[in-house]
Design a protein around this ligand. Structure first.
Ligand SMILES: NC(=O)c1ccc[n+]([C@@H]2O[C@H](COP(=O)([O-])OP(=O)(O)OC[C@H]3O[C@@H](n4cnc5c(N)ncnc54)[C@H](O)[C@@H]3O)[C@@H](O)[C@H]2O)c1
Ligand SMILES: [Zn+2]
Length: 372
């Protein structure tokens, strides 16, 4: 087995002791303990996973921890499991098995598992060691980097949580072989996002390597994931708590959240996945800037072409403008009734802008909506 391996260091300038490494490569799951300096791993370890991922990969990690007390806690699949009820169940497992402060939580799964496990690690005994082993592309390039952890409340997503950094992140690209095409494409939407907001060369590289990525070629994936993690790490290092530049990571998300909210309101949770809504939303943002004369038609077309190749939607679903406005006003980035949008000014550059001209926004939405 060839271990094409990359290493990204996440530095948090104010708190050097909280810096950590992200290891990326094919087959790294089998090298988990070697990569994390086994001497530092606590005696009691809980692997948190979900019902899809556990049967596929938990054994591989567990086998390497034979000299420790290891529990595997499996949650249901899907966003509903990112709940206070699941949180309480994990806590009960830890307490019933006499886990103490010298424990570690390993998140083995997608963003749902990672967010829940991180919040458990942040709060059990006021904080224990935490390792991320993300198994979806979205978790590998986005949710496992940056230290945001949370569970949902019936009143809203991610309302209960903490900033908590892991000891290390281990990313095995081989895990992606079992991911559904739709979940894989959703991860690619976030990868493209990094190119648009931060790195024109990376965007060009994605255009050249689109086919290899779609075929899940390990070496190509390793580079795409490493560069994505690097960009997120740089942004997070500059602005851990999202007072400024970190907001750029929300490109396409205000529009995307409205698309997701409308689908959920209609009871159809599978109609739009997050990454799909972000892709359609990103094109609305690009369209708006094209109308303003600040983004070229050619660049809108480049984004559209890449999303198409990645089998992502390029049009939002048709819905009344009043509905768009209603959902967008509920977005957390709306301050004092003013819309704050992340808008691309070129491929490789974006800005946070306060937008008051709803008519211009509506025009962009209409131009990028189509019957589904
Ligand atoms: N903390 C952050 O900064 C951050 C950032 C972005 C998203 N998120 C959160 O991440 C969550 C979404 O993450 P996600 O898209 O990974 O969803 P997910 O965890 O639900 O995983 C998607 C699906 O893939 C399955 N799966 C996972 N790995 C697999 C594998 N290797 N093979 C086969 N199936 C596999 C899962 O069981 C699930 O059905 C949301 O809750 C979102 O709020 C957090
Ligand atoms: Zn996202």
């Amino acid at each position: 087995m060839s271990l094409q391996k990359h290493h990204v260091r996440v530095g948090l300038p104010q708190q050097h002791e909280r810096s950590y490494s992200i290891h990326i490569g094919a087959g790294l799951l089998t090298a988990f303990t070697d990569l994390i300096a086994p001497r530092t791993l606590p005696k009691q370890v809980l692997i948190l996973t979900d019902a899809n991922v556990g049967p596929l990969y938990a054994n591989t990690v567990q086998q390497q921890l034979a000299d420790r007390t290891v529990l595997v806690h499996t949650i249901n699949v899907g966003e509903q499991a990112k709940s206070l009820a699941s949180f309480t169940e994990v806590m009960t497992t830890l307490i019933e098995h006499n886990f103490n402060r010298d424990s570690a939580i390993i998140a083995l799964g997608g963003g749902v598992v990672g967010d829940l496990a991180g919040f458990v690690a942040a709060t059990f005994q006021r904080g224990v060691d935490f390792y991320q082993v993300p198994t979806t592309l979205l978790a590998q390039v986005d949710s496992s980097v940056g230290g945001k952890t949370a569970v949902n409340h019936p009143g809203g997503k991610n309302l209960i949580g903490a900033f908590y950094q892991p000891q290390a992140v281990i990313i095995d690209t081989n895990c992606l072989e079992t991911l559904t095409p739709r979940d894989f494409a959703c991860g690619l939407a976030e990868v493209v996002k990094y190119g648009i907001i931060y790195d024109a060369d990376f965007f060009s590289w994605l255009e050249v390597n689109a086919q290899a990525l779609l075929q899940r070629d390990a070496e190509t994936l390793t580079y795409a994931i490493a560069r994505s993690c690097e960009i997120k790490a740089e942004i997070v290092a500059e602005d851990e708590q999202e007072h400024g530049i970190r907001a750029l990571l929300n490109l396409g998300h205000t529009f995307g959240h409205a698309i997701e909210a409308a689908a959920h309101a209609s009871g159809d949770y599978k109609a739009w996945f997050h990454g799909e809504a972000v892709a359609a939303g990103t094109l609305i943002a690009a369209q708006y800037m094209q109308q303003q004369g600040e983004f070229t038609h050619a660049d809108v077309a480049r984004i559209e072409r890449l999303f198409k190749q990645f089998e992502l939607p390029i049009y939002a679903p048709e819905m009344p403008l009043s509905q768009w406005q209603g959902y967008m006003q509920r977005d957390k980035k709306v301050k004092a009734g003013k819309l704050r949008l992340i808008l691309p000014t070129a491929i490789g550059r974006a800005e946070v802008r306060t937008v008051t001209d709803w008519d211009a926004v509506s025009q962009a939405i209409l131009a990028r909506s189509a019957p589904q």
